[in-house]
Structures are given as structure tokens and as C-alpha cells.
Design a protein around this ligand. Structure first.
Ligand SMILES: [Zn+2]
Length: 69
């Protein structure tokens, strides 16, 4: 399943922010259709704990990366 990932600045591992339901949104199967369709983030950024190293970092929406699998 396609997903949005964020890269931890500490351990450099990617982790899943959210999965993209391509069944519910077939238009997202188009590799370019989703580009303007990123999940909303708070203006100040979103605090998330890295599941790999447990470090809490603040992420911005521009750091979201699309992964097809
Ligand atoms: Zn990490």
C-alpha cells in the first residue's frame, strides 16, 4: 500500500506517517495526482516519535515523502 513517510533526522530511518488508501481514492494511483494532496500538518509542525530510535522530532509537511510501497 502506498504511504507517506518521514525521515528521522537522528537515525536517518524512514517511518510511516500515514497510509494512502488507493482503493478508496483511485485517483491516487496516478503517480502525480496526489502531489498537491498531502496530509495537513499544524503550522508549527508535527511532533512525532521515531519508532526506530524513539527520538521526538518536529516535522513539517514538506518533509513528507511519498512511497509507492
Ligand atoms: Zn530515529
Amino acid at each position: 500500500m502506498a504511504r507517506w513517510v518521514l525521515g528521522c533526522p537522528d537515525c536517518k530511518e524512514d517511518f510511516t506517517h500515514s497510509q494512502i488508501d488507493t482503493e478508496a481514492m483511485p485517483s491516487l494511483r496516478d503517480p502525480f495526482a496526489w502531489l498537491g494532496d498531502k496530509p495537513e500538518f499544524p503550522i508549527a509542525g508535527l511532533s512525532l516519535e521515531c519508532p526506530n530510535c524513539k527520538k521526538i522530532s518536529v516535522y513539517s509537511r514538506t518533509q513528507l515523502v511519498y512511497r509507492a510501497m
